[in-house]
Design a protein around this ligand. Structure first.
Ligand code: HEC
Ligand code: HEC
Length: 296
């Protein structure tokens, strides 16, 4: 906070507190006059008058106490400009303390698996149960509570992996995050080119497509797409180019969905977790993810 804003806030706070006290004071000391002068002057239904009585004493005392509370609060906690309060309390330090306390309490539970391989952990009921809890808190918003994903968010249960399904590859995906970049190729291909390439992509997974168009599309595919989707269409994990031969679609399976991805491109991101979760927790998550696709 700059000096200017600090002073600005201090002045506002002082004006408010002093103003409130002044108002209280002035209401307390209204002189008691005769009954007639003791009304607000509001009259209803010809003779119904509103009295102007002082506040009950106990109520008034409550108001004074709130003023005292304000002063004590501002002395202890931050709030008075850049003055940090005598206790030095901050939100960040409280957060850090709570994280440290949670780590001291739960850290050991996760650390217990430190010596175990990821494969073994994925067969261990306790590790998988812990991983599931972490998953529901940190991952379900994007990958779904059943981990079956949604449009744009990969299914983690089907054993089809964009970036590889080995324990190490999954750990990298979670820890470092991933960014998949499919360039928009609509301008390079033109309408006719898009029709051809879409037909070829459909034929790669054995779906119905015009044979002539698909043939022409194969040539364009060889020029423009193999770097990221491989010559046989099975994908290139290193750049996140998905397998186009398995009829599993991240961005929709309809020909118009496929056409839109190729024409407009797509940037898709898995956020890195290494600054949010400890290594032990990430390993527990890998075990859970591995357990999901076992048997599929
Ligand atoms: C903000 C949304 C979001 C959250 C939260 C998220 N993910 Fe992801 N995740 C994605 C997206 C999007 C991708 C696909 C990235 C791409 O297409 O390049 C992805 C990819 C992955 C992959 C790679 C899949 C593959 O086929 O190779 C794994 C594994 C994964 N996520 C696991 C997790 C786990 C475990 C968590 C919880 C710690 C998590 N994700 C949290 C959005 C998210
Ligand atoms: C620079 C690398 C790169 C090139 C070149 C490229 N792609 Fe892609 N493509 C990707 C990536 C990465 C994705 C996945 C985007 C994501 O993570 O969501 C993708 C996604 C797709 C998808 C959607 C897949 C799905 O599961 O929904 C299709 C279809 C596709 N590409 C077709 C093509 C075709 C056809 C070409 C050539 C005309 C091409 N791509 C060229 C990298 C590339």
């Amino acid at each position: 906070m700059t000096v200017f804003w600090s002073i600005f806030i201090i002045v506002l706070v002082v004006i408010q507190v002093v103003g409130a006290l002044w108002m209280l004071q002035s209401y307390t000391t209204v002189a008691k006059a005769d009954a007639e002068a003791d009304t607000t002057g509001h009259v209803w239904d010809a003779d119904l008058r509103e009295y102007n009585k002082p506040l009950p004493r106990w109520w008034l005392i409550l108001f004074w106490l709130t003023a005292v509370f304000t002063v004590v609060y501002l002395a202890i906690y931050p709030g008075f400009g850049s003055f940090g309060g005598v206790t030095g309390w901050t939100q960040n330090s409280q957060y850090d303390q709570e994280v440290a306390a949670a780590e001291a309490r739960y850290g050991d539970i996760f650390a217990a698996f430190a010596g175990m391989s990821l494969q073994d952990m994925s067969q261990d009921a306790d590790a998988v149960r812990l991983g599931r809890n972490l998953y529901l808190n940190n991952c379900a918003t994007c990958h779904g509570s059943d981990a079956r994903g949604a449009k744009g968010f990969p299914n983690l249960t089907d054993n089809d992996w964009i970036y590889g399904g080995t324990p190490a590859a999954i750990q990298l995906s979670i820890s470092n995050g991933r960014i998949g970049v499919m360039p928009g190729l609509g301008a390079a291909l033109g309408d006719q080119g898009l029709d051809e390439v879409v037909a070829h992509v459909l034929s790669l997974s054995g779906r119905e497509a015009d044979a002539g168009l698909a043939q022409a599309g194969a040539t364009r595919y060889a020029q423009l797409c193999i770097a990221c989707h491989a010559p046989d269409g099975r994908g290139v994990a290193a750049v996140g180019g998905p397998n186009l031969t398995d009829d599993i679609w991240l961005h929709g399976s309809r020909p118009e969905d496929i056409r839109a991805v190729i024409a407009d491109g797509k940037v898709n991101q898995m956020p890195a977790q290494r600054d949010l979760l400890t290594e032990d927790r990430i390993r527990t998550l890998v075990a859970y993810v591995l357990s999901l696709s076992r048997g599929n």
